[in-house]
Design a protein around this ligand. Structure first.
Ligand SMILES: C[S@@+](CC[C@H](N)C(=O)[O-])C[C@H]1O[C@@H](n2cnc3c(N)ncnc32)[C@H](O)[C@@H]1O
Length: 263
């Protein structure tokens, strides 16, 4: 199938400012970011705790400039590869990974996850573990048949992706195709851990508005089945009343699912 040509100007390369986006993740300062973090961190912790998913290689699809999604997975995967579509996000990730000046302070979020794991004092150690485990930061485009080209990687044991597909896919068919593209990165029996918002049509990054593909449970179940995944767990939460007043995005809820790649 012909690659999805980008008609519109490259809104993410041009307008997605990592430092503006990171403002959502200043813990205890942003109700929307807190709602997302509390939900996702709880389920990442439950998914990657001892006895949960584990393996050699985990690839994060559409990492953005964030590292919260690695905090539990770094305990059960030997190597994590972060990926994103924009150069600025990849540079922001490198800033934190290499402890460069001006990097975002994730320590409140790291401490929160260490508390979930029962040892808040280990937060500095946890940060170093993430820095050791995230070995590469690669360019990614989920609309391409081979999302990570030109990089060629061994089949991953796991994929994670948070709040990316709804941002990256302009149509439902593009999302179905993206799931098929992601499947090619995963070994047979490997797991996809997918999370995001329900019914989101836009979100703001600073003063820039990004349109998104509104997802719902029915569509996700059908699209994942069509792409050859078996859903093993799907958690969801309705958006809290107090964040509905926040007009930076119109998501109605959040989902977190674990699916296995069938043969
Ligand atoms: C809402 S942000 C999510 C970032 C991060 N995963 C998180 O949990 O906050 C959406 C991300 O999707 C990325 N993106 C946009 N188009 C993409 C594409 N075609 N392929 C992969 N990622 C894309 C953007 O660069 C951005 O980092």
């Amino acid at each position: 199938m012909a690659l999805q040509e980008r008609q519109e100007p490259d809104v993410y390369q041009e307008n997605f400012e990592p430092t503006s986006y990171l403002e959502y993740y200043r813990m205890n300062q942003d109700p929307v970011g807190d709602e997302v973090l509390h939900f996702l961190l709880k389920h990442y912790n439950a998914t990657f705790k001892p006895g949960g998913l584990e393996g050699k290689l985990l690839i994060d699809i559409g990492s953005g400039p964030t590292i919260y999604q690695f905090l539990s997975a770094c305990e059960s995967f030997q190597e994590i590869i972060a990926t994103d579509y924009t150069d600025k996000n990849l540079q922001e990730l490198e800033k934190w990974l290499k402890k460069m000046p001006g990097a975002f302070d994730w320590s409140p979020v790291v401490k929160y996850v260490c508390e979930l794991e029962g040892n808040r004092d280990k937060w500095a150690e946890k940060e170093e573990r993430v820095r050791r485990t995230v070995t590469q930061v690669l360019k990614c485009d989920v609309l391409k048949e081979r999302p990570l080209e030109p990089a060629v990687l061994p089949p991953a044991d796991g994929l994670i992706s948070s709040l990316c597909l709804e941002a990256a896919c302009p149509t439902p068919q593009a999302c179905r195709d993206a799931l098929r593209h992601l499947r090619t990165l995963l070994r047979l029996g490997g797991h996809l851990v997918l999370s995001g918002g329900f019914e989101t049509t836009f979100f703001m990054v600073g003063d820039k508005r990004f349109s998104t593909l509104p997802l719902n449970e029915k569509f996700l179940r059908e699209a994942l089945q069509e792409a050859g995944f078996i859903i093993e767990k799907l958690e969801k939460v309705t958006r809290a009343a107090e964040t509905h007043l926040d007009n930076r995005s119109d998501y109605t809820g959040l989902f977190f699912l674990v699916a296995r790649r069938g043969d």
